[in-house]
Design a protein around this ligand. Structure first.
Ligand code: SF4
Length: 455
């Protein structure tokens, strides 16, 4: 198995043109920033990892005990099965319906589990399960969790497990939405000249290819189009369709200033491999395009797929990157979430571990103002404090940018670049960067802290 890992690792080392990814705490797929992306990376690239290592660089240690066997529904699952992408995506192994979730929870939960932090005492398994159902009824995101993620959750205390909190909602910790919250809070649809393309910055665009992901994050910024409908939100899904993609390619090719395309969704991990290659080939063939990036959470939530030699996705990605003939670089984008990573120790550990894996900590985002995630949003002050405490303790070139993606399509700004911040009302203002739309350049945009619990 180690030689299999080494072989796949050699495939990956230094050859992926750019893969935006997320580790726990996880990325969200976003448009690209106004920061210039050098083609030759100033950061170490994946090829710096010794080939003989048995430690796969994406959190999947081949010498680790078979941790999934500790989770009762997976106790009989062999190493080869657990490595298999096909096994992971079998309908009976994914947890995405209420019945599957119910069956899984009753199999893994002890009779009593602690209540969420701030609520004293224990609760019964039935009470906890009822809390999950109540969360699902209120959530803007449907539930889908991969076996790998299910095997990483602390089932003795799920309500306080940062991995659980990102993917499975609990009704008891959700709070009322801020009145300014909107499903498409970044106004991506307004900046979409053709279906599937978000073009906000002169040289960069986002290509929304697919509306599904290996997991659904409670805090998804694109809940308006990702995953299945929920009781509170009907989706406008991004469909994999030749006509839609051809229209998108025609637009990209018609824009001489456009140089950089982030292929996202949803998650590029769920693009069929032949579609992944087709998209890569089409974009590489355009004279104006210099950089393409595939945005995926796959490395974090299903790293086994990169070791599964029977699955063609990884080799297709590598083939596309080979055709592009550019140095490879992996980047991480994280979202700041209350109770998950909103403290110096966790964020510092994330950055250090990314650095060890030669992955560039690229962005830490202030959580967007999308529905049903108020319990996970933090005030602007939290990100400002985190940045100021981390700066100086971490090598400058590994320091991520702490970003607010301005509501209503104002673009990305450094959190510390606010024009004003009233800590009493929780309202901060930012000036928009130079954007494709002249009417937005220099305009003032507002970000609102979550309301205090009493209001
Ligand atoms: S649900 Fe999908 S698109 Fe949304 S943040 Fe999670 S992985 Fe990204």
């Amino acid at each position: 198995m180690i030689s299999l890992a080494s072989r796949r690792l050699r495939f990956l080392r230094g050859r992926v043109k750019t893969l935006s990814t997320g580790f726990s705490p996880l990325h969200t797929t976003r448009n690209t920033s106004s920061t210039q992306s050098p083609i030759i990376p100033k950061y170490p690239i994946v090829s710096d990892i010794p080939a003989e290592t048995s430690q796969f660089p994406f959190g999947f240690d081949l010498e680790e005990p078979e941790i999934w066997r500790e989770v009762p529904p997976f106790s009989d699952v062999s190493y080869d099965e657990f490595l298999s992408w096909r096994w992971h995506t079998k309908i009976q192994n994914l947890v995405e319906t209420k019945e599957q979730l119910s069956e899984f929870l009753y199999a893994v939960l002890p009779e009593e589990v602690p209540r969420p932090a701030g609520m004293a005492g224990m609760q019964t398994r039935d009470e906890f399960t009822g809390d999950v159902y109540s969360g699902i009824r209120k959530s803007a995101m449907s539930v889908r969790v991969m076996p790998y993620v299910l095997s990483r959750i602390n089932w003795a205390d799920p309500a306080n497990c940062p991995i659980f909190r990102q993917f499975i909602p609990l009704g008891s910790i959700m709070v009322q939405d801020h009145p300014r919250v909107k499903p498409d809070s970044l106004h991506e649809q307004e900046d979409s000249p053709v279906d599937g393309i978000v073009h906000r910055y002169p040289d960069k665009a986002l290509f929304l290819t697919v509306g599904v992901c290996p997991v659904y994050c409670v805090f998804c910024t694109r809940s308006y189009g990702v995953g299945a409908n929920t009781e509170v939100l009907a989706k406008e899904p991004f469909k994999v369709s030749r006509t839609r993609f051809e229209n998108a390619f025609a637009y990209v090719e018609s824009q001489p200033d456009l140089k950089d395309i982030a292929i996202s969704g949803g998650d590029a991990f769920y693009l069929p491999h032949h579609v992944l290659e087709w998209i890569g080939d089409r974009l590489i063939g355009m004279k104006n395009i210099e950089r393409i990036r595939f945005a995926t959470k796959g490395l974090a939530v299903a790293p086994n797929r990169f070791l599964d030699s029977s699955d063609p996705w990884t080799e297709t990605l590598i083939r596309v990157s080979d055709k592009a003939r550019r140095a490879g670089k992996l980047r991480n984008q994280s979202v700041l979430l209350r109770g998950v990573n909103d403290n110096v120790a966790t964020m510092s550990s994330l950055i250090q571990k990314l650095a060890q894996m030669t992955i560039q900590p690229y962005y830490v985002y202030q959580c967007d103002m999308v529905p049903k995630v108020e319990h996970l949003r933090t005030p602007l002050q939290t990100i400002l404090d985190l940045e100021s405490e981390l700066r100086g303790s971490i090598a400058g070139f590994y320091m991520p940018n702490f970003i607010v993606d301005l509501p209503e399509g104002g673009g990305k700004r450094l959190a510390c670049s606010f024009e004003s911040y009233d800590r009493d009302t929780g309202v901060s203002t930012f000036r928009a960067p130079v954007l494709t739309s002249k009417r937005k350049a220099g305009k003032i945009y507002k970000y609102y802290d979550p309301l205090p619990p009493s209001s």
